[in-house]
Design a protein around this ligand. Structure first.
Ligand SMILES: [Zn+2]
Length: 366
């Protein structure tokens, strides 16, 4: 064989191997980690097995009535980012809030839960005021508007995010005051802040929540059906919180509660796969006692997994927002969790699709 011919064959061989490798990579990455046909496929096979196991146990004939409110189990429904200002506010002024949310009640989607929680992405200031200085993203909702969310059975809010402080310190204080006055349960401080208090605010479902302050804004414990449910919220968007402090808080909340739910506002915007930092932190929280991790901030749905029998949702995506530029930013997950007496967690995941901030479709995920 001539040297030249040998080189040609060798080159062709290398090209062929390269092509096969590229095809393989493409196959692997399109079949994993990506949302296709409304199905969520999680990267590791181990995780898929665990998760389908849990979903299988919850398959019900009827569409939404998987919850039996009379039994001793505690039912919770979590939504992603809820933002009612800017273009959403314009729609509400024009058509009313019902126009955007009516599908929830038409399909009885939020009824029959003990806890219906959303990440409220902005301040609840007096009359929805925008205080100076104005910022590029400047969200504020009037107490009246927030009050009308009760009609849709919302009763809990996570406030730990990068928009709670949009109306400054005054806005934060008014938010805490207004939500207490309106009879909502809430927790969470401004971005990158974990409240210093060691003293836990313990409430009984039905009690009015005392007004939070910077001293004690990160967490509350609510007694629901004689079980102490702890809610911890924190946000790490513009700056991180020292992880050791977060873990210490989780350990101490664990001791004082029967179930620990962590809402964490983190991750990279518009990334459909959770970052390694998100995964490390979430798993570390579970290792130290967190029972349920609910993530938000990326504005798109991210993957989820069952780790050590505990569900971790890295990002629920947008619930109601005004990012109309892509299908991905106009859909979010609603996560229904039922916690039995002996702490077995059964989960059902729904996808909520919106059109122009109006709920268009509620899909039950397989
Ligand atoms: Zn955010």
């Amino acid at each position: 064989m001539s040297n030249l011919r040998y080189k040609k064959i060798l080159l062709l061989g290398i090209l062929l191997i390269l092509l096969i490798t590229l095809l393989l990579i493409n196959f692997v990455f399109t079949d994993n980690n990506i949302f296709k046909n409304n199905k969520i496929i999680i990267s590791s096979q181990n995780v898929i097995d665990n998760f389908s196991d849990i979903i299988d146990r919850n398959v019900s004939d009827s569409e939404f009535d998987v919850i039996n409110p009379t039994d001793e189990s505690i039912s919770l429904l979590f939504f992603g980012d809820l933002m009612l200002d800017r273009h959403v506010g314009e729609k509400i002024d024009k058509y009313g809030l019902d126009y955007l949310l009516e599908k929830l009640n038409k399909e009885n989607f939020t009824s029959s839960y003990d806890v219906v929680l959303a990440n409220l992405e902005g301040a609840v200031a007096k009359d929805g005021a925008h205080y100076l200085p104005h910022s590029l993203y400047d969200f504020s909702f009037s107490p009246n508007l927030i009050s009308s969310l009760k009609k849709y059975n919302f009763n809990f809010f996570n406030l730990a995010n990068n928009h709670l402080s949009d109306q400054g310190q005054k806005g934060i204080e008014e938010t805490y005051q207004n939500l207490s006055d309106l009879g909502f349960y809430y927790f969470g401080c401004r971005d990158a802040f974990l409240s210093p208090s060691e003293e836990l605010l313990e409430l009984k479902m039905g009690d009015n929540q005392p007004v939070l302050s910077e001293e004690n804004c990160s967490d509350i414990v609510v007694d629901i059906k004689n079980k102490k449910i702890a809610f911890l919220g924190f946000s790490m968007v513009y700056k991180n919180i020292d992880e050791n402090r977060v873990i210490e808080r989780i350990k101490s909340l664990k001791e004082k509660s029967d179930l620990l739910i962590v809402n964490v506002h983190f991750g990279i915007e518009y990334q459909e796969l959770a970052s390694q930092n998100q995964v490390n932190l979430a798993r570390k929280m579970v290792d130290n006692g967190a029972d349920i991790i609910i993530g938000h901030h990326p504005h798109v749905i991210q993957n989820y997994e069952i780790y050590q029998q505990k569900p971790i949702f890295y990002s629920l995506g947008n619930f109601i927002f005004d990012q109309y530029f892509s299908p991905e930013t106009q859909e979010g997950l609603a996560v229904s969790l039922t916690v039995s007496k002996d702490k077995e967690i059964v989960s059902q995941v729904y996808k909520i699709k919106t059109k122009g901030s109006r709920i268009d479709e509620i899909l039950k995920m397989p």
